[in-house]
Design a protein around this ligand. Structure first.
Ligand SMILES: [Zn+2]
Ligand SMILES: [Zn+2]
Ligand SMILES: [Zn+2]
Length: 379
């Protein structure tokens, strides 16, 4: 399920340098949000309209935390869906897709439900029989909305054939999804688990030795952390069993590559650490350019912006720079996480209207994730 990128092949010599293996573990910072609409211990809330939901940031969010949206009422299909007919069920939405837009416009549904900790099963309800008014309510498996995956182009969804698309909607790893987009959100909405939970005693030492042996180099993308920033590199448990510290089960991965692994609690990186990490990746990209390589590697870009970056890359036929800093008279005046420098177009994880207007003074167009996904080159 690796993100596919056309020009990756050009980087093979670089990737071969990689030795094996990864980390201090990511941090679950329990920075709770003051206007959190979820009550303590509650993972699902109902809403009558979508006014409070932030639809502009890629994944749907409320009060700075990512959520998924579903419709509880399944009408006369409820019983079939409860009995396992996933195709008869309503879809779970991840983003403000065309379906959701239409639903909102037509005000079709009584109540939306938001979940911040989704599992495969959702509580649904409806009438027991087509002709009756007896109500059923139970948990049922629901599939992910195709329009959402298509809008986000999650994991290269747009290039998949129909069969693969269908399996992506059924076989969906929520935690991985939240990890991929975590950089778009400044706060960790919920402490998923104690960050030391499940690790064996002495794990820190095991992790450090493993990373040391790997020369603090990511086994997937080949990024090497500078000595003072060993926290850029993690150690991942391949089979998700944190007590299995055998060589075969441990993989040394950088923050970006670790986010793309399936099967564990979702990962959120503290913004200051993330910023240093992005700069280090920028330097790695710069080194490659100085060595005369004109290739561009998706692995330098934050996973949250890979789909929009790839989209603009194909549209504009320009190689982007990562963590670009724009200087005027020797001073840095704005930054863009991904920048098509010759065309003066940038994509930012975080972007306010005033930053946008400011950049326009230098004839730069800065885009959010969603704007980049909708961008057309009619300039
Ligand atoms: Zn959708
Ligand atoms: Zn990596
Ligand atoms: Zn892991």
């Amino acid at each position: 399920m690796k993100f596919e990128f056309d020009f990756r092949a050009g980087l093979l010599p670089f990737l071969k340098v990689v030795s094996h293996l990864p980390p201090s573990n990511f941090q679950f910072d329990a920075e709770l949000i003051s206007d959190d609409p979820f009550e303590d211990g509650e993972d699902v809330i109902g809403l009558d309209d979508l006014g409070e939901v932030d639809k502009t940031k890629g994944p749907l969010s409320i009060a700075g935390q990512m959520v998924v949206l579903y419709i509880k009422d399944h009408g006369s299909n409820a019983l079939a869906v409860i009995n396992g007919d996933v195709e008869a069920g309503r879809r779970v939405h991840l983003a403000y897709c065309s379906t959701l837009e239409k639903m909102e416009r037509e005000n079709k549904f009584d109540r939306y439900h938001l979940s911040r900790n989704p599992k495969r099963k959702y509580l649904i309800s409806g009438s027991k029989y087509y002709w009756g008014d007896e109500i059923v309510e139970d948990e049922a498996e629901l599939a992910i909305c195709k329009n959402c995956l298509n809008f986000l182009d999650y994991d290269g969804y747009r290039q998949l054939n129909q069969r693969d698309r269908t399996s992506r909607t059924r076989d969906f790893d929520y935690d991985r999804f939240f990890s991929v987009y975590s950089s778009l959100f400044k706060k960790m909405p919920k402490k998923t688990e104690d960050d030391s939970a499940g690790y064996v005693e002495g794990w820190r030492q095991i992790s450090l030795e493993k990373r040391f042996k790997a020369n603090f180099t990511c086994q997937d993308c080949g990024f090497k952390a500078p000595p003072q920033d060993s926290a850029f590199i993690h150690v991942h448990h391949v089979n998700s069993d944190k007590t299995d510290n055998s060589d075969a089960n441990l993989r040394v991965l950088c923050i970006d590559c670790h986010k793309l692994q399936p099967g564990h609690g979702h990962m959120w990186i503290e913004p200051k650490l993330l910023e240093r990490f992005r700069k280090a990746k920028r330097e790695a990209q710069g080194r490659l350019t100085r060595e005369g390589s004109n290739t561009f590697c998706m692995d330098y870009i934050d996973p949250a912006l890979r789909s929009p970056a790839n989209r603009l890359f194909k549209l504009l036929r320009q190689t982007p720079e990562v963590a670009y800093e724009h200087e005027e008279n020797g001073r840095i005046v704005f930054q863009a996480d991904v920048a098509f420098v010759n065309l003066r177009i940038g994509i930012c994880l975080e972007l306010t209207d005033s930053e946008k207007r400011f950049a326009e003074k230098f004839r730069w167009t800065l885009l959010t994730h969603n704007e980049a996904m909708n961008f057309t080159a009619s300039r």
